[in-house]
Design a binder for this molecule. Structure first.
Ligand code: NAP
Ligand code: MG
Length: 493
């Protein structure tokens, strides 16, 4: 990174030396990565009409590793018409318990194949295998199990009303949790009797197409889920298709605003899950070591490629120096490197473009006068990498305090009273998540009622569960995914 100021903290950085050098523990399970991937339409893998493809890159090496089909408007049209036929002719009319059985079967098959799916997820997206294996894949299966259970119980979710499917759902997902975002969107849509056309993000299409193989093997009726891969125009073609009943989008606030503008005045229903700039608030009465681990998990988890990342740390002034010293020591111990090594804590940045965005914002933090503290770890020569780091001396007007970095870089701010913590935490255009660390449960409840965020964690961070709704306030979007609430986005009552 460009010019950096030295840390202002006085404690010398600990030198852990060889005590922290582990032998490499790379994944050895063979990976079923293919040379090329087609679109998945009507239960079959089909080539795009134009024959065009693009490359998917392994971000840990920067090298191309598979060709992906590029869907254009004609392919999207075929996928939507296929989904419409599947909806009208079978899926929406099938007894709900039967739909549930397919979802259960898919969930079990995901569990059986979870190791290879986790490896593919780490290869294509750069996240550490420990996370894709222990967090993403179990949650993917859990979402299918959860919504399998709802399929024949919808009238209990909407008592006294008659929930019916919407029709064809167009779903667009980002690259940070490729399979998990697919599960969040596909499972509730199918449980409610809708059919789906989904577009994975350009840099991480591969695991969705392996999920398609599971749909085939589970005998899911043809056309119930269709997958169109491509770049930004493919998403736009899906959004603008006239025969879509609902758009579900997870991604950046900028693209979300464009989508909202293009569906305005149409029959299409819309849910948006957008960006965030979560406040992670630490009071002086918190268990400090536990809070430091929560802060680490809140921002360095998945390289900070997390919409609900705790990217604004608000610490009570009296514990600022202690926490900063501990954070500085702790980031030195984070292992950055090969996503397929089981010891790795921080993997590769998802793409060259994302790395450039992170660098630009970090440089702005330095230029605006904040102090950058970075891990001294060495980075691999090839691929896209960012040292875990944090800024101190941040003021609320700095860009690093206002804009989503979406990388492993934290901004530390201070507060004196709970009122000031609330005011600072809510001083953002986003409102997706927040964290509160304190010894007093009552303080958590008091603050949670005043924080404008969809998800608030108390003495923990980045915990997800399919039974619990997720979604934002303000420019973080609208609508909820997960749990009973997540069904509402896919039914008319
Ligand atoms: P993005 O650039 O907005 O892309 C998201 C998806 O939209 C991708 O599939 C993208 O396709 C597609 N897309 C791009 N332009 C489009 C257009 N004009 N019309 C329709 N679709 C379009 O976001 P990202 O960089 O992938 O993801 C990071 C963002 O997602 C962050 O802001 C993060 O906070 C947010 N996020 C939010 C949540 C949540 O639940 N709130 C969860 C995860 C991520 P291409 O990839 O082909 O461009
Ligand atoms: Mg890739």
């Amino acid at each position: 990174m460009a010019t950096q100021k030295k840390s202002s903290s006085k404690t010398p950085a600990l030198n852990f030396g060889s005590a922290w050098d582990y032998a490499p523990a790379p994944e050895t399970t063979p990976v079923p990565l293919k040379k090329s991937y087609d679109l998945f339409i009507g239960g079959k893998f089909v080539q795009p009409k134009s024959g065009k493809t693009f490359w998917s890159i392994n971000p840990a090496t920067g090298k191309r590793h598979a060709r992906i089909a590029r869907a254009e408007a004609a392919d999207v049209d075929l996928a939507v018409r296929t989904a419409r036929t599947a909806h009208e002719n079978g899926w929406s009319k099938m007894p709900a318990a039967e739909r549930g059985k397919y979802l259960f079967r898919i969930a079990r098959m995901i569990q059986e194949k979870s190791r290879e799916l986790a490896i593919l997820e780490s290869m294509d997206g750069g996240k550490p295998i420990r996370e894709s294996r222990d967090i993403d894949l179990p949650l993917v299966a859990a979402h299918f199990f959860h919504y399998a259970g709802w399929a024949d119980k919808l009238e209990y979710a909407f008592p006294g009303r008659k929930p019916r499917s919407l029709g064809v759902a167009g779903q667009i997902i980002p690259w940070n949790f490729p399979l998990l975002m697919a599960a969040w969107k596909i499972a509730p849509a199918l449980a409610c009797g809708n059919t789906v056309v989904i577009k994975p993000a350009e840099t991480t299409s591969i695991t969705a197409l392996h999920l398609a193989e599971i749909f085939q093997q589970a005998g899911l009726p043809d056309g119930v889920v269709n997958i169109v891969t491509g770049a930004g125009d493919t998403g736009a073609a899906l959004v603008n298709h006239p025969d879509i009943d609902k758009i579900a989008f997870t991604g950046s606030t900028g693209v979300g605003k464009k989508i909202a503008a293009s569906v305005a005045g149409t029959k299409k229903m819309l849910t948006l899950e957008l960006g965030g700039k979560a406040a992670n608030i630490v009071f002086e009465d918190a268990a400090i070591d536990q809070a430091v681990e929560g802060i680490i998990n809140g921002i360095y988890f998945n390289q900070g490629h997390v919409c609900c990342a705790g990217s604004r740390l608000l610490v009570q002034e009296s514990v600022h120096d202690e926490i900063v010293a501990k954070l500085r020591d702790r980031i030195e111990t984070l292992r950055v490197g090969d996503p397929l090594d089981k010891n790795t804590d921080v993997g590769a940045i998802n793409s060259r473009e994302q790395l450039a965005r992170i660098r630009e914002l970090v440089d702005s933090g330095v230029a605006e006068g904040a102090d950058l503290v970075e891990s001294s770890c060495s980075l691999p020569d090839e691929g896209y990498w960012c040292r875990p780091g944090f800024f101190t001396g941040v003021t609320p007007s700095h860009r690093v305090a206002r804009e989503e970095i979406f990388g492993p870089v934290l901004s530390v701010l201070t507060f004196r009273t709970p009122e000031e913590a609330i005011e600072r935490a809510n001083n953002t255009c986003y409102g997706l998540s927040a964290g509160i660390w304190t010894d007093k449960g009552s303080k958590i409840f008091q603050l949670a009622n005043q924080l404008k965020a969809g998800v608030i964690w108390g003495n923990t961070f980045n915990q997800f569960d399919p039974t619990s709704p997720f979604g934002g306030y303000k420019e973080s979007g609208f609508g909820r995914e997960g749990g009973r609430h997540g069904l509402a986005a896919y039914v008319k009552v």
